[in-house]
Design a protein around this ligand. Structure first.
Ligand code: UDP
Ligand code: MG
Length: 315
């Protein structure tokens, strides 16, 4: 019988985790052709998520990994994938925003020969309007300037076969952006739409600022277009300055010396100064990325786990 691992990153989800497990078990118990294995990743929760997870993991077919601190959802997903052994792997949120009722359809996709059954939200009714607007713009931009295609509304809720999981694991960058990684590795993907719902209980961990940083990370992780933008703007300005210089020389030669010009000079200085600072900022973003990658720190550190021979990041 084929096995399916269900990876669930959990950060302060004590309010919802039991409900999640109950709901999920109802679905997985009804699918008898596959055996399911739950891998809960406690991402350094400050509430009693871990205590609840330990209780859940007394059931057969459920394990937990608990980080030494909060490393973020990307790290949690990575450690789950790293420690999974199933023929197929599902990644899903703990807050029931990802309906387990989709499992049969996702399995069907893989049986049909797809490497991945991925879901995308048919609507974003559960999100505040500003966030919807911001997300929409982000996807438009990132799809325009990067070399990967990231469909708007595509979340991390997906089922992958072993081949694709191994490909995802082979991308061991420290600053992970899974949406881009899933798309970058390729493979045949079946898209399944689902209706968005609000989280069952508890609170979202994403502040607007966190999302902004996440978006910036997504852009710099999969595109060098901002760097090119800086060089293009730099070149245009240098070229125009050269033309302007030429014009001034000619003007002076023809009409002689002229004193006024304070306004144009100050405008140009401010403008060029602004462009230089912007370009430095863009360069800085990439240098910071190089710096973090070069340090090659582990993506996660396990504090405790119920998995025997669990894999840390370096294995
Ligand atoms: N999560 C995590 N580490 C974090 C933040 C979130 O493991 O630092 C988990 C969280 O427990 C949930 C999933 O990632 O299972 C999605 O988080 P959330 O529901 O807050 O995000 P949203 O649905 O609002 O995008
Ligand atoms: Mg959520």
């Amino acid at each position: 019988m084929k096995t399916i691992d269900i990876i669930v990153p959990c950060y302060n989800e004590s309010e919802v985790i039991d409900m999640f497990y109950g709901e999920c078990r109802r679905v997985t118990d009804s699918i008898t052709d596959y055996s399911f294995h739950y891998i809960f990743v406690d991402d350094g929760s400050a509430d009693d998520t871990l205590i609840k997870l330990k209780k859940i993991c007394e059931n057969p077919g459920a394990d937990y990994i608990s980080f030494s601190r909060n490393f973020g959802k990307e790290s949690a997903m990575y450690s789950g994938l790293k420690n999974s052994t199933g023929d197929m792997v599902v990644i899903m949120d703990a807050d029931l925003q990802h309906p387990p009722a989709l499992f049969p359809e996702m399995i069907k996709g893989i049986e049909e020969g797809y490497d991945c059954s991925a879901t995308h939200r048919a609507s974003r009714d559960g999100d505040p309007p500003l966030r919807v607007w911001f997300t929409d713009k982000f996807y438009k931009l990132v799809n325009k300037i990067s070399d990967v295609e990231m469909p708007n509304g595509a979340g991390d809720f997906r089922m992958m076969n072993r081949k694709m999981v191994n490909a995802v694991l082979s991308m061991s960058e420290v600053q992970r952006f899974s949406k881009g990684i899933f798309s970058w590795v390729g493979f045949k993907t079946k898209w399944i739409p689902f209706q968005d719902v609000e989280r069952a209980a508890g609170q979202t961990k994403w502040s607007f600022w966190k999302l902004f940083v996440y978006a910036l990370n997504g852009i710099t992780a999969f595109s060098t277009a901002p760097l090119r933008f800086a060089s293009v703007v730099g070149s245009i300005i240098s070229f125009s300055s050269f033309l302007y210089l030429f014009y001034i020389i000619l003007k002076t030669l023809i009409w002689g010396k002229e004193f006024p010009g304070y306004a144009s000079t100050i405008t140009l200085i401010l403008f060029i100064g602004g462009v230089i600072i912007l370009s430095c900022g863009i360069l800085g973003e990439y240098i910071a990325k190089i710096y973090m990658e070069v340090k090659n720190r582990p993506i996660y550190i396990i504090g405790e786990t119920s998995i025997k021979n669990s894999k840390d990041d370096s294995k």
